[in-house]
Ligand binder design. Structure first.
Ligand code: FAD
Length: 288
């Protein structure tokens, strides 16, 4: 690890001022489960590491208000898994947070860090896409809100400017029944990232949303508005062709050490079918 300065600002304004001063030579520290590895391996060599954990506005909290569930930037996976509102309204996010790393990792790793790291394999990206999450960003000009689909850019890249940081992630609470489910494939749970991440959401209007990651430069969201995928009276075998078409954005790399492109594409279909069936079951149960 190289030498760097360490700052622990006590206000959001002080953190933004440090980002203004150091620009691309600063790195933010939340749980550190990604950052510490990057520092140790010399993948990043910042002049300063800015610890976010003393900033009151970012302190761990999951708050419901005005039809939105807001998850602050320092909230860790373990708290998301245990939260009743997340379980009730956003079960696929609870499922994704619950498979991130190990117990120890989930006690440190934040939801904000998961998407700010920009990994195509980030487990929470697909559910956030399906649920239309909004990322709240603070910078010198104040607060701006970005749909998570615009926030996620590519491997290691987000829409954040050097002088900005994430303060919270907002999830619009569905105003009617909604079925959703998360699926992922990994070689070794707890120590390896996912070979496939996938979330499916089904609404009573028949619109089906699928988001998948680890099979391209970022997690993608695709939507089927025909109603055929969501129809509980059509068997999964008869949906296979339509479901296959939903994976047209998947371009798994031939260079990946985790799985071959052919295996990933085959498993994408399997996980897609499983998540769709579970999402429909949950929707039917909610409507009943
Ligand atoms: C053993 C191990 C297993 C893992 N398994 C998984 C897994 O199964 N699934 C998975 O998705 N990930 C996994 N990870 C990766 C990691 O745990 C997650 O991505 C985690 O959510 C990162 O959160 P953090 O709070 O630790 O982020 P940090 O390491 O603190 O930060 C990560 C990046 O985001 C930036 N950042 C953090 N917070 C903010 C903010 N508020 N605003 C702007 N930028 C910010 C940091 O500057 C840094 O670049 C694993 C890591 C390890 C070490």
């Amino acid at each position: 690890m190289n030498r760097f300065e360490y700052a622990r600002p006590e206000t959001l304004a002080a953190a933004v001022a440090l980002l203004e001063e150091y620009g691309s030579e600063a790195r933010l520290l939340a749980g550190g489960t990604d950052l510490v590895i990057e520092l140790r391996n010399h993948w990043v060599e910042p002049k300063i590491v800015i610890d976010l954990k003393r900033i009151p506005e970012l302190a761990p909290a999951i708050v419901e208000g005005n039809g939105i569930l807001s998850i602050t930037a320092s909230t860790v996976m373990a708290d998301i898994v245990a939260n009743e509102q997340v379980q009730r309204y956003f079960p696929a996010l609870a499922e994704a947070a619950d498979v991130v790393g190990s117990v120890q990792i989930r006690a440190r790793a934040t939801l904000a860090g998961n998407i700010c790291n920009g990994s195509p394999a980030a487990d929470c990206a697909p559910p956030l896409l399906v649920y239309d999450a909004v990322v709240v960003v603070a910078g010198p000009a104040g607060i701006r809100r970005l749909p998570v689909d615009d926030f996620i850019v590519g491997p290691g890249k987000t829409a954040l400017a050097d002088n900005e940081l994430v303060t919270a992630i907002e999830l619009p609470i569905p105003d009617r029944a909604y079925g959703s489910a998360y699926q992922r494939l990994t070689r070794r749970r707890g120590t390896d990232l996912a070979s496939i991440t996938l979330c499916c959401g089904v609404g009573p209007d028949g619109v089906t949303r699928l988001a998948y990651g680890s099979v391209g430069p970022r997690a993608f969201l695709v939507t089927d508005e025909s109603g055929a995928l969501a129809d509980p009276n059509i068997g999964i075998e008869d949906k296979a062709e339509l479901l296959d078409g939903m994976f047209h954005l998947a371009t798994p790399s031939i260079r990946s050490m985790r799985a071959s492109p052919a295996y990933r594409l085959a498993m994408l279909r399997v996980l897609g079918a499983r998540a769709l069936e579970t999402a429909i079951e949950r929707l039917v149960k909610e409507v009943a």
